[in-house]
Design a protein around this ligand. Sequence first.
Ligand code: PMV
Length: 348
Amino acid sequence: SSQDVTMITCTAPVNIAVIKYWGKRHEELILPINSSLSVTLHQDQLKTTTTVACSRHFQEDRIWLNGKEEDINQPRIQSCLREIRRLARKRRSDEDLSNDISLAHRVHICSVNNFPTAAGLASSAAGYACLVYSLSRLFGVDGELSLVARQGSGSACRSMYGGFVQWKMGERQDGKDSLAEQVEPESHWPELRVLVLVVSAERKLVGSTSGMQTSVKTSKLLKHRADCVVPGRMEEMISAIQRRDFAAFGELTMKDSNQFHATCLDTYPPIFYLNDISQKVISLVHRYNQHYQDTRVTYTFDAGPNAVIYTLEDHVPEFIQVVRYFFPPETNGGEFVKGLPVGPASLS
Ligand code: PMV
């Protein structure tokens, strides 16, 4: 009966990197070749909602994504389940035996996104952050959960915190120091805004996992980026955020997105995530900024053609008008602009 089921529902937000993560030094542990930094978005618009249930009547662990049952044996889902159960077992033996959620119980997981999955809109980040957080609530564990989320999807570790978040690559072989840290809370820069320009909601052609593998194997530019460019950029970016210097933040963001896509082109065979509309958005942003002789708007692109625009509150209405003028909704047949405030974005 329903009384035998314990159920918890959580939501987790998407994060969009301004210094990109691309390339692993360890595949299973998901250890990156460079540190990265992102902004966690407001949960109202792009988020994952996950319900986890646990009962002694469940025969096996199961998972449904957007209403469709998926293979629970995927290695990354298994990593998260294993790590959470390990933390729970540790906690039980350390102190408290009162929690009645038996570790022997199987879990059922239902997860839904309110945005297109795998279209380069960071669905895996919100998804794994939410999975790890809801399991941690169900089993009553705490601790450095970004270490667990990282083993689901690298970028997911950054969604465990709100505001401006860095993922420090770490040095250790066991990955214990490869974790997320909040640089500043969302309240630090209340005027910052995000617009997502949905260029295409189709699934991306090359997933981030295989794309990164090919890039690490074949791109010398990626190695140069990781060793010589990103360390300095991380420092500059953190300083720009701390000073709330939008021009510096914006310029670094665009340069880093461009370099990430350049490493994709330098990969052999090359990977193309941007399309002609993405390129038009890039030109438009530069023309707009040139017009004002000021960096007012910045773009960044992940592993897909959709543009994420960061700007300040004051410039949102005009920039949206400019976008609508150059990309009338009927030309690309869909919803194009979503205004997203950057706001409180903690797991709830
Ligand atoms: O965590 P993954 O495997 O989905 O990789 C994300 C990679 C990028 O979105 C392109 C960059 C980033 O830092 O989020």
